[in-house]
Design a protein around this ligand. Structure first.
Ligand SMILES: [Zn+2]
Length: 118
């Protein structure tokens, strides 16, 4: 039997961890509901071209990190929303129960081990 309370706690924790990380690098766009990376706060005005290039690289890194984290956050939010539904813990492909150990390790999992690749 799936321990939904434990799973919920784990999902909440993962959500908070992801949000913490994302808040460091960007902000939620209230209009679109999407996360945008933001450039690092300037402590002093850019003095030369090298600084500008560094800042641009840093922003690129943030953006790519954001693109990795955002789908994870959405997945966690979705799992939280669906936690009490009949379909929770079922593989999206074969509709069978996802292995309990797998779900407990990764509550946002949407497929069984067999369909992991897809
Ligand atoms: Zn499956």
């Amino acid at each position: 039997m799936l321990d939904k309370k434990k799973i919920k706690e784990k999902l909440e924790k993962e959500k908070n961890d992801l949000l913490e990380e994302m808040k460091d690098m960007g902000k939620l766009n209230e209009e679109t509901g999407e996360w945008d990376a933001t450039p690092e706060e300037l402590e002093y005005p850019e003095s030369d071209e090298n600084d500008k290039a560094d800042r641009f690289e840093d922003f690129e890194a943030r953006s790519s990190m954001m693109r990795t984290l955002e789908p994870r956050l959405k997945n966690v939010l979705k799992a939280l929303k669906n936690l009490n539904k009949e379909s929770f813990g079922k593989c999206e492909i074969c509709k069978k129960d996802i292995e309990t150990a797998r779900l407990e390790a990764n509550p946002a999992a949407r497929t069984c081990k067999k369909h992991l690749e897809n």
